[in-house]
Design a binder for this molecule. Structure first.
Ligand code: PLP
Length: 428
């Protein structure tokens, strides 16, 4: 394939945008080469600036669950835009999407809309601290909750139980309040709680991890977390920015039949516009300003275009619940097909899948946490990524990302993809 125009556009971008991108993973640093510039997209396909067609397995990192330029969503945005794009005043559509979201998701009474998943998680943690009167939080290594300071934390050294900053600019003072646990390791969480008795406000987790590849929660791990939280007066925050409205109408809470205390949303809930949200029962949500003392605000929060896109998206999902089964079936088909051709070509691999999230890891061992995810062969992944790209299949440019299956994918697309994997496997 020819990427001349993409490369030229990237060179221009680099002169005025740091690294040429507005979010680091887009820059292809993990796989090498120069990023693809998108011109437009429709359904399951991206069309780049050089005229190449690519089958899209990123789908804007999740939001485009029904495919690109999905008409009901696009039309809702166009209609709204003609009536004014922002007021900074209440509008009826905010209540409509809130009512719908509350009806779809278990165990929430109220929801507050923000502009990104980062904002949702940051605000959820503030609310948990304000509600419990405690300062510390537990997060899991490899889980991503956006780029706010409290989450940019890596494991501390040796016996130190608190984390240390993993980005310059995050202070030691902030890092000391974030404790880092191993995903799928309940003993580890238990130890952290014991060592920080009565200090932990919340545990925040991706109920299915999607930011270190796709990692399902083991057996009763989430139940055990729920029980630990109840026993120690700790709020359980499900970061469902990726899983919300994707794994089921009610997200992972519904899929695993476990209630979280606060739930964060993003991605699908905005239908491709910048939206995040966090939600909980009244007793918790009523602590938020202007009802309560915990401050949180946003000039563009509840923006009419964003709400129109989100409402149209949630309506489609709510009225067509079979979409979730269909997505899971397509993903299972892809899983089976990829596993078959990788096996036939003797490529060491392991595949993780939950619903419409799937990831291919180039390692024999099971991938259950950040440590095991990091063991995958990155050189193999790079060759795999560029090989697929050359075949017209676009997966995330990093071994630590999930593929997001969209309902716009046909079985012909899936067969095309499996054939592409077979071709590439011969070069690995
Ligand atoms: C994408 C993501 C976020 C951050 O959302 P942004 O909209 O990029 O700020 C937070 N949590 C999870 C689980 C995510 O996948």
């Amino acid at each position: 394939m020819n990427y001349k125009r993409s490369s030229a556009l990237f060179a221009q971008a680099e002169t005025v945008i740091p690294g040429g991108v507005n979010s680091p993973v887009r820059a292809f640093k993990a796989v090498g080469g120069s990023p693809i510039f998108v011109k437009e997209a429709k359904g399951a396909y991206l069309y780049d600036e050089d005229g190449n067609r690519l089958i899209d397995y990123i789908n804007s990192w999740g939001p485009m669950i029904l495919g690109h330029a999905y008409e009901p969503v696009v039309n809702a945005v166009i209609d709204k835009a003609k009536k004014g794009t922002s007021f900074g005043m209440p509008t009826e559509i905010e209540t409509k999407i809130a009512q719908l979201a509350v009806s779809m998701v278990p165990n929430i009474d109220k929801i507050r809309f923000v502009n990104s998943g980062t904002e949702a998680c940051m605000s959820a943690v503030r609310l948990a601290r304000g509600y419990t009167g405690k300062d510390k939080i537990i997060k899991f290594a490899g889980c991503y909750h956006g780029h706010s300071d409290s989450f940019l934390i890596q494991a501390g050294s040796g016996a130190v139980t608190f984390g240390s900053p993993n980005s310059p600019g995050v202070t030691q003072g902030t890092a000391k309040d974030t404790l880092l646990a191993r995903y799928n390791d309940i003993e580890n969480v238990s130890e952290l709680i014991e060592a920080n008795k009565n200090e932990i406000a919340c545990i925040i987790i991706e109920p299915v991890a999607g930011n270190m590849g796709c990692i399902p929660p083991k057996g009763d791990f989430l139940v055990a977390l729920r029980n630990l939280c109840d026993a120690h007066n700790i709020l359980l925050i499900f970061d469902e920015v990726m899983t919300g409205f994707r794994l089921a109408k009610g997200g992972a809470q519904e899929l695993f039949n476990i209630n979280a205390d606060i739930v964060c949303f993003g991605k699908v809930i905005g239908g491709g516009l910048p939206v995040g949200a966090f939600a909980a029962r009244n007793e918790i949500m009523n602590h938020l300003a202007p009802l309560g003392p915990v401050y949180q605000a946003g000039t563009l929060s509840g923006n009419p275009l964003a709400m129109a896109a989100g409402l149209a998206m949630l309506n489609e999902l709510n009225n067509n619940a079979e979409i979730f089964n269909r997505l899971a079936e397509k993903t299972a088909y892809l899983h089976k097909g990829i596993a078959k051709v990788l096996n036939e070509n003797n490529i060491t691999h392991t595949i993780n899948r939950v619903g419409s999230m799937i990831s291919v890891h180039f390692d024999k061992a099971k991938v259950v946490d950040f440590e095991t995810a990091a063991k995958g062969n990155n050189d193999t992944f790079k060759t795999f990524f560029h090989g697929l790209l050359n075949e017209g299949v676009y997966i995330a440019p990093s071994a630590f990302e999930t593929w997001f299956i969209t309902d716009a994918l046909s079985y012909e697309d899936l067969d095309f993809t499996i054939a592409a994997v077979n071709t590439v496997a011969k070069t690995l």
